[in-house]
Write a protein that binds this ligand. Sequence first.
Ligand SMILES: Cc1cc2nc3c(=O)[nH]c(=O)nc-3n(C[C@H](O)[C@H](O)[C@H](O)COP(=O)(O)O)c2cc1C
Ligand code: SF4
Ligand code: SF4
Length: 298
Amino acid sequence: MKRVFALFFSPTGGTGKVVKSMARSFAVASGCDYSEIDVTLPGKRESAPRFGADDVVFFGVPVYIGRVPNLIRPFFASIKGCRAIAGTVDGVIDGSGNGVKDGAVGIPVVTYGNRAYDDALIELRDIMEQNGFRTIAAAAFPAEHSFSTTLAGGRPNENDLQLAENFGRKIAEILTKNPHYICNAHTPIAVPGNPPPYSYYKAVINNNKSIDIRKVKPLTDTLKCTGCGLCARLCPMGSINISDPSIVDGICIKCGACIKRCPKGAKSITDPDYLEHKRLLEAEFGNIVRKAELFYTI
Ligand SMILES: Cc1cc2nc3c(=O)[nH]c(=O)nc-3n(C[C@H](O)[C@H](O)[C@H](O)COP(=O)(O)O)c2cc1C
Ligand code: SF4
Ligand code: SF4
């Protein structure tokens, strides 16, 4: 155990804040070297990081419709937690990761916008285990919803980040005090959620009409937009045209980065189904105060 990583996909920053707090406090408590790997932008996902036995990886992703973000999942599934071992395919012994002896320690972390994290945490845990990580702890944190400023508005807040720091320290303490904790038969950390096939959340609006917002894209108020190009540089899908930022010529995952981070407030989604879905979410979950959930066994 020599290096600790905060690895994250975080279009609007909530997930990044949580895993960075965890991994930094782990580093201080354990004396490991600390690094950040931010895979939010497409350029950072051109090649997948690979980890090994000396590494501890806090891996954070946001929950999208109850799951790991589906368009980024193939990239997440290419991140290996162990080096190739004789008799294995690319370092992976079997689907559960059982028996992998030189995998990195993995801590799957999801953030969600106050509704629910459904099967996302178990899915992320399974992705990591299948790639040779040994998951020994996990966490789910509320964080401001990508669609809204009131659903988990302002979170992660100071208390959340304090909890994240304490969690990082706790994991360092477990691993330092119990060096054999991960060496013998490894059981993936138990987390809530259903085994495969994982379920997507089915968003419905009035009269139980299901909504399909896959083709919805943000619009740009050209009177407000200065053409600074920030939104194009921040888009995790590389979908905003840098020469004309009012053009979204690729896939939009509704991550909210361009809308929330435009300095002029020039981007918005005006699709009626999207707005109604957002209104219903805010009405149902806006006043609930969710607590972070932490999972570890010692
Ligand atoms: C397409 C999409 C679907 C989402 N689905 C859910 C969901 O099922 N449950 C939930 O509570 N939050 C959901 N969210 C909110 C995000 O999980 C939450 O805002 C997350 O913390 C954003 O992380 P970031 O700040 O790192 O981008 C969704 C967000 C998007 C963009
Ligand atoms: S960040 Fe806002 S102001 Fe800058 S180009 Fe994009 S829409 Fe225009
Ligand atoms: S265009 Fe879509 S995917 Fe790109 S930053 Fe905006 S909301 Fe996110």
